[in-house]
Design a protein around this ligand. Structure first.
Ligand SMILES: [Zn+2]
Length: 198
């Protein structure tokens, strides 16, 4: 590779991104090289601004300040929580425009096998919200995969002492499917047809 150092470094950064191979990274860098200064400046500033994003202190979704835009919106239904694995799931559900409650981002799923990683997930934070925020329903919207189902069941047990409604999204999506990639109609149906776990 006979690229200048800056190129090599950028290619390394881009090829480390999900689904971007070295060839694609090379093409991206060459493409960027042809852009005018203003465009590149905007790109650089957006990257820099990523730095300043935080996790919402209430639901752990991506936030620009203390609270994310959803938690800060007082028109949202305050007593319903939709539990998801990661911020991308919040974005996918928000895209449907049909869910009006709040979220709780778990930050992962339980791993099958011996390792107990439950303490890495935001479960105690969830229980704290359920106890203090007058939550009436928690919708378990982890992906319908083995780990997603296992996590949903685990959380369901943890929520039992609180005597609230606990529902699981319907299997509109194929088992093993991913909320993040589900189309809006499927996701809406899956939320609307959620079933109470008893
Ligand atoms: Zn939030």
């Amino acid at each position: 590779m006979h690229y200048p150092k800056v190129f090599q470094s950028l290619i390394a950064h881009f090829s480390a991104l999900p689904s971007v191979g070295p060839k694609m990274a090379e093409r991206i860098v060459l493409y960027l090289f042809k852009q005018d200064e203003e465009k590149l400046q905007g790109f650089a500033e957006s990257l820099e601004a990523l730095h300043h994003l935080k996790s919402c202190t209430r639901c752990f979704h991506i936030a620009e300040g203390e609270l994310c835009m959803i938690c800060a919106d007082t028109k949202r239904i305050q007593d319903t929580l939709c539990l998801v694995e990661e911020p991308l799931d919040v974005i996918a559900i928000e895209r449907t425009g049909t869910y009006l409650g709040l979220y709780h981002v778990l930050g992962g799923l339980l791993e099958s096998g011996k390792n107990d990683n439950s303490s890495n997930l935001r479960i105690s934070e969830l229980l704290h919200r359920v106890e203090n925020d007058f939550i009436k329903e928690v919708i378990l919207a982890t992906n319908p995969t083995t780990e997603g189902d296992m996590t949903a069941l685990y959380i369901k047990k943890k929520l039992e002492p609180y005597h609230i409604k606990v529902t699981r999204i319907a299997r509109g999506m194929a088992t093993g499917g991913d909320i993040e990639y589900a189309d809006e109609m499927t996701l809406t149906a899956s939320l609307t047809n959620r079933k109470e776990l008893i």
